[in-house]
Design a protein around this ligand. Structure first.
Ligand code: SIN
Length: 195
C-alpha cells in the first residue's frame, strides 16, 4: 500500500453523511490540536497498544531519513488511553493530510474516561488513524535503545522527533496515564539527549 493515504481514506470511508464524528487521538493528536473541534474528552480503546513502529517521512523525518512515530498494534486485553475530539466531517480534509503518511481511518468503539454524566452512554463509535504493517512507511519493532537512538537522530518539517516523544509522555502524565512503552522510550531518549 502506498504511504500516501489521502485518496484511499476518502474512498474507503466517506463521512459527509454524518453531522459530527468522534476522532480518537493516541499520539500527536493528543498534544497538537491544530484543528477545530466541538467537544473534547479523554477516552480509551480496548485491544490496542501504542508502538513507535511507524516511519515518518513528512513530520518528524524525511523520505531519505524517516523518523519514528506511533501506530497501534493489536494486543488482546490491552487498553490505550487518549483524547477524543468531536469534529465536523470537513475537518478530515485537514486531518487526512496531516496523517497521510501511511495511516488509514478505521471505526472503533470508544469508551469515555472520568464519566460523571450518567445520562450519556459510556461507549460510542469513533474514528482512529491506524498505520498497519503493510504500509510503505512502516518500520516495525526494534529494541527500546534502537528506537531511542533513531528518534534522537531524526528531525523533519514538524521539528525534532524527540519533541514528539517528550510532549506525548508529558501529555500522558498530565492525564495520569502510565504507558510502559512510551515511558521506556522516553527514558532511553533522555539518556541519548544527555538530559
Ligand atoms: C494519533 O495521534 O492518533 C495518530 C498518530 C499521530 O499523528 O501521532
Amino acid at each position: 500500500m502506498s504511504h500516501n493515504t489521502i485518496s484511499l481514506n476518502k474512498q474507503r470511508q466517506p463521512l459527509h453523511h454524518l453531522d459530527s464524528v468522534w476522532l480518537f487521538g493516541y499520539g500527536s493528536l493528543i498534544y497538537k490540536t491544530d484543528f477545530e473541534y466541538l467537544d473534547c474528552r479523554p477516552a480509551c480503546i480496548y485491544g490496542w497498544e501504542r508502538r513507535f513502529w511507524q516511519g515518518s517521512h513528512d513530520h518528524r523525518g524525511t523520505p531519505q531519513a524517516p523518523g519514528r512515530v506511533l501506530t497501534l498494534v493489536e494486543s488482546p486485553g490491552a487498553r490505550c488511553v487518549g483524547m477524543a475530539y468531536q469534529v465536523t466531517p470537513d475537518t478530515f480534509e485537514h486531518l487526512d493530510h496531516r496523517e497521510k503518511n501511511g495511516y488509514l481511518r478505521v471505526f472503533t468503539p470508544l469508551h469515555w474516561l472520568n464519566d460523571s454524566d450518567h445520562s450519556e452512554p459510556d461507549e460510542t463509535e469513533g474514528v482512529v488513524y491506524l498505520a498497519a504493517a503493510n504500509n510503505e512507511a512502516y518500520l516495525g519493532p526494534a529494541s527500546d535503545v534502537e528506537i531511542a537512538v533513531h528518534i534522537a537522530q531524526s528531525t523533519g518539517p514538524s521539528g525534532p522527533n524527540s519533541e514528539y516523544v517528550l510532549k506525548l509522555a508529558q501529555a500522558l502524565r498530565d492525564m495520569n496515564e502510565q504507558d510502559e512503552h512510551v515511558f521506556a522510550i522516553e527514558r532511553e531518549l533522555l539518556k541519548q539527549l544527555d538530559r
